[in-house]
Design a protein around this ligand. Structure first.
Ligand code: PHE
Length: 456
């Protein structure tokens, strides 16, 4: 820790990122995850392609970026966890509930996130062992895998153990050390995959699907989907960036760091599309195959391409690595809260919370098999995903924006975030966005989208 700086109330005893790069890598590591590589391509695929991508990019720019600045700055200002941050800026008010929703979201998201990460790990080994070679029934294999309770629960357990071990080791020794190795590796792997996919004969059709917009495909539900995806992929609306920002020294600037994180996350999502769609089209698969895209379509793509085993293994390794650097941030939101507010020991907190999240994930893993754990007529897994995408994250984002813009005030937030000025100056545009456009935009999209989701 840096001892020769002006300390705020909480800075003295709190762990701190070792450098600016460490913070950017950790925050980008949180942002870049299954959301970019597994979720983004299939959501684009089921929402008609390019038109959805354009709406998504506009939302990232107008809602995602100001929200990123807001959350990082609230964290740096208070040096507190998601709940503590709201409590210390608005004591004796119910605003802490916003943070509590975030802690709940961390819990809910990680419980099914770890299940998917477990699929990715097992697919890495399946690819290497040749179990996914040409001529395999990929759909059957995937269904067989996700309906095998022993295998899925076991992989889910392995992934949770790795995640909680990183968090137990702490911010610098755990999170920072992990992301410094894994993030560059992820980038190199993804570049290789993009190159392979784009140079396949017949890749052009996939590129066209990805880049030629048809706006008639868009519905209220798909726009809510784009907002939900934007929050999910940037780890926003649930106090994650508040928590990571809380380990940032008071000397660090905000606006440039936020731009780096948003930029890296967006670049990697777009690259994932370039890695997937050209290959899917080149080999005659369906881009709209939904959540199974990465698991049912891609193994076929890999089996059909030269060097497919290596690229396939690289892909599932990439998915696992990306998932890990995000999963640790999800767990950190919950752990930071009990460590700060309840005085728990970090190791004990990681173990207990990690164990609880593992337990909640079990019904999600087995909701897709014979046991068929359903709720509202849907597999429990889908319930968790729809709950976070259409309710938890947009609502958390809405409340955070109203809080920052009107309660704490945009003026004070700007002062905090501009204190160590970088290249980007947070000017009057920020007021317009955080006070009006972001909350009103989210509210409208939520109402219209809910109507589509629940009443159509
Ligand atoms: N951003 C991560 C992803 O895209 C998921 C995540 C959401 C992580 C919210 C932390 C908080 O996969």
């Amino acid at each position: 820790m840096n001892s020769n700086q002006t300390k705020t109330l909480n800075e003295g005893t709190r762990e701190q990122w070792g450098s600016r790069i460490a913070f950017i890598l950790a925050a980008a590591g949180s942002a870049v995850g299954l959301g970019n590589i597994w979720r983004f391509p299939y959501v684009v695929g089921t929402n008609g392609g390019a038109a959805f991508v354009i709406v998504y990019l506009v939302i990232i720019f107008l809602i995602g970026y100001p929200m990123m600045i807001t959350e990082m700055s609230l964290g740096q200002k208070t040096h507190k966890n998601a709940i503590g941050a709201f409590r210390s800026l608005a004591p004796n008010s119910p605003w802490w509930i916003t943070g509590a929703l975030g802690v709940l979201a961390g819990f809910v998201i990680l419980s099914f996130y770890s299940v998917v990460a477990g699929w990715a790990m097992s697919y890495f080994f399946k690819t290497i062992s040749g179990a996914l070679g040409a001529g395999t029934d990929y759909v059957g294999t995937f269904v067989g895998h996700i309906t095998n309770p022993v295998a899925t629960v076991l992989w889910h357990a392995v992934f949770m153990v790795i995640t909680l071990a990183v968090i137990a080791a702490g911010v610098v020794k755990g999170i920072e050390r992990t992301v410094k190795i894994l993030m560059p590796a992820l980038f190199v792997l993804l570049l290789a995959l993009v190159f392979r996919s784009m140079t396949l004969p017949g890749a052009g059709a996939g590129i066209a699907f990805y880049l030629t917009p048809d706006f008639s495909e868009l519905s209220g539900q798909s726009i809510l989907g784009a907002v939900g995806q934007a929050f999910f992929t940037l780890s926003l609306g649930m106090g994650c960036m508040i928590t990571y920002g809380s380990y940032l020294s008071d000397k660090e600037e905000i606006a440039d760091n936020a731009a780096w994180v948003v930029g890296l996350d967006t670049a990697i999502a777009l690259m994932a599309g370039f890695a997937i769609f050209p290959a899917v089209f080149a080999l005659g698969f369906d881009p709209a195959s939904g959540a199974g895209l990465a698991f049912m379509t891609l193994p076929g793509v890999f089996a059909a391409m030269p060097g497919g085993t290596i690229f396939g293994a690289a892909f599932f390794l990439l998915l696992t690595v990306a998932a890990l650097t995000s999963a640790i941030s999800l767990l950190e939101v919950v752990v930071a809260w009990v460590v700060d507010e309840k005085g728990w020991d970090r190791k004990k907190a990681s173990l207990i919370i990690g164990g609880l999240i593992f337990a909640v994930g079990i019904p999600a893993t087995i909701s897709m098999n014979e046991v068929d754990f359903q709720m509202f007529g849907m597999p429990f897994f889908d319930v968790l995903d729809i709950f976070q995408e259409s309710i938890l994250l947009p609502l958390g984002g809405l409340l955070t924006a109203v809080f920052a813009g009107h309660v704490y005030t945009a003026k004070k937030l700007k002062e905090d975030a501009n204190k160590n000025r970088g290249k980007i100056f947070i000017g009057g545009w920020f007021d317009v966005l955080i006070k009006y456009l972001v909350p009103i935009g989210i509210a409208v999209v939520m109402v219209v989208g809910w109507y589509d989701v629940f009443f159509k």
